[in-house]
Design a protein around this ligand. Sequence first.
Ligand code: GLU
Length: 296
Amino acid sequence: MRVRTLAAVLLTGALALTACGKEGSPTDQGAPAGLFEVAKDVKVDGSPTFEKAKARGNLVIGVKEDQPGLGYKDPTTNKYSGFDIDIARLVSAKLGFDPEKIQFKTIQSAAREQALINGDVDYYVGTYTINAGRKEKVGFAGPYFVAGQDLLVKKDNTDITGPETLKGKKVCSVTGSTPIKQIREKGYTEPENILEFQGYSQCVTKLLNGEADAVTTDDAILKGYAAAEEGKLKVVGKTFSKEPYGIGLPKEDKALRDKVNDILQGALDDGTWQKIYDGTLGKSGSKAQKPTIDRY
Ligand code: GLU
């Protein structure tokens, strides 16, 4: 009897360990306890996504994991942090889900629309620009932030000062992103000089080892890499687009879109948005520019 009990305890322990260690198990890796008050008895009438998540008992949130300051997963602790991550956590708390009921799922830029269409994630928070083309496939709450396309170069670089100085330079960006589209369409550099990867961290590696002359994407993302690489890189600082960040949702779920817009508006009004900004992106010293929610 005692042996069987012990075996049962060990087995349960082993299962628990496997569950914790499993990629994407439902726990919010890294949320400080009580970060946001969890709402009670939340109803989102007419939202299939919310109903599905409630029935499942957890929320699956699509994020980035290689963008320091925005959406970052620490490779040693597996903890998530950043502005997008905290916005995702805030929304989940206001939808009535405890932090440990969040399952973050890394989805790269090129795979976001399909992940939402397939229902692989309930919502997506990861430097996701709201635009007309994407709105044909998915819904957007927000914007909760407005970034702008910029350039990241080596600290000692003096000849790249803006998009019009990129001719003949190797420019790296990410598949399925708005910055790579703009570089191509405006012809800022020759097609053969455009390097394309799934994630911006791969571009940063190419910049550091000299295979790329510049990385282009949103200034908010680039500032995070510049800070992480301590003195090796710099952001040019002349933005040449507007990138309003939205929370991606299944297209038809207007009930959830309205609810998330209410949550964001509340956070902008009661100081929560500012607190999130100050604890993440604001650490680099950039001033916060509060966005205006655009309901449709
Ligand atoms: N905000 C841009 C976009 O949504 C660039 C950043 C990203 O790839 O996530 O395409």
